[in-house]
Design a protein around this ligand. Structure first.
Ligand code: ZN
Length: 251
């Protein structure tokens, strides 16, 4: 699948999932319509679906305008978000399948950041593409606006279990501040220090750090390391839930 990231509002990401053979695209999280329309026009692409990861305005704000330009385009989101996502026509539950850009994807409910959060996972032979909204970022995770640490832990456990070669496409470019936060916890960690240098050079070169590697996040993102002995020793915790709760307190 060809993924075209579209910068929105400075640090938000919308994503076009492009089906080149049909000259069509689906869009994930169009917080604003204008940049999405610009990229569609530039590629000569017709919009065929809108996928929302959650109801926050900076992810759904462009849906109304896109629906007026592309009438009859289905708007997909969580059944839990009924009434909170504008123009929503498809109400999804965990484990359902979705079709976008000629690819079959899987819906993963991701309660924590919001109660109706969804991730969309498109498997590929050696990994896949994960659109995680505001659940998982480079080096950090989303705020718990409508969920508890225990609930977010179960959500992240499921994302962490996806194939290691999965490409992670987050809802925001937060990687630099995420890795800096992780370094506050482990200032001498050589892997984190190297990661920060790599992130800074990627930002200087491309203005972005995506796609992230799920495998790398597993090794460097503290919010995916609740069972890492080094993290547990640092926090003085012994269980997954206690470690994750403590991570939520200190980071
Ligand atoms: Zn959000």
């Amino acid at each position: 699948m060809r993924v075209l990231p579209v910068k929105v509002f400075g640090d938000n990401y919308a994503y076009l999932l492009v089906d080149e053979s049909r000259h069509t695209a689906a869009v994930v999280d169009p917080g604003d319509a204008a940049p999405v329309r610009e990229w569609l026009a530039r590629g000569g692409l017709r919009l065929t679906a809108i996928l929302a990861t959650h109801h926050h305005e900076d992810h759904v704000g462009g849906i109304g305008e896109l629906c007026s330009v592309f009438p009859d385009v289905p708007v997909l989101g969580s059944a839990e978000d009924k009434g909170r996502i504008p123009h929503q026509t498809v109400f999804l539950d965990d484990g359902e399948g979705v079709e976008a850009a000629g690819m079959r994807g899987l819906v993963i409910a991701t309660p924590g950041h919001t109660r109706g959060g969804l991730a969309y996972f498109f498997p590929a032979p050696l990994g896949g593409d994960l659109f995680a909204g505001d659940t998982l970022f480079g080096g950090t995770m989303g705020n718990l606006f409508e969920g508890t640490p225990a609930r977010m832990l179960e959500t992240l456990r499921r994302l962490r279990d996806l194939p290691p070669r999965t490409r992670l496409w987050p809802g925001h470019e937060y990687t630099e501040s995420g890795v800096r936060d992780a370094l506050r916890l482990q200032p001498d960690d050589a892997v984190l220090i190297a990661r920060l240098a790599a992130v800074e050079s990627a930002l200087a070169r491309d203005g972005r750090t995506i796609p992230l590697s799920l495998d790398e996040e597993r090794r460097v993102n503290p919010f995916l390391r609740w069972d890492d002995p080094a993290i547990r020793a640092l926090l003085g915790t012994a269980s997954d839930t206690a470690t994750f709760k403590k991570l939520c307190e200190v980071l």
